[in-house]
Design a binder for this molecule. Structure first.
Ligand SMILES: [Zn+2]
Length: 63
């Protein structure tokens, strides 16, 4: 896949909830307007949900 936005590397961290609040807000605003990040988020969401589901200690939650 051709990737035209350097910030797509942040998508997985965003979905996993490991960004600092300021970073999360900033990336959220960026993703609202970036087609590449929106696509990356859409592609990663099922995988991050699957990762979260194998964690049974409830230490972190994924949307
Ligand atoms: Zn982007």
């Amino acid at each position: 896949m051709v990737n035209n936005c350097a910030q797509t590397i942040t998508a997985a961290s965003y979905l996993l909830g490991v960004l600092r609040p300021a970073e999360r807000d900033e990336y959220g605003r960026h993703a609202d307007t970036c087609v590449y990040c929106r696509r990356e988020l859409a592609e990663l969401a099922p995988a991050t949900r699957a990762l979260a589901s194998v964690k049974d200690d409830g230490s972190f939650a994924v949307q």
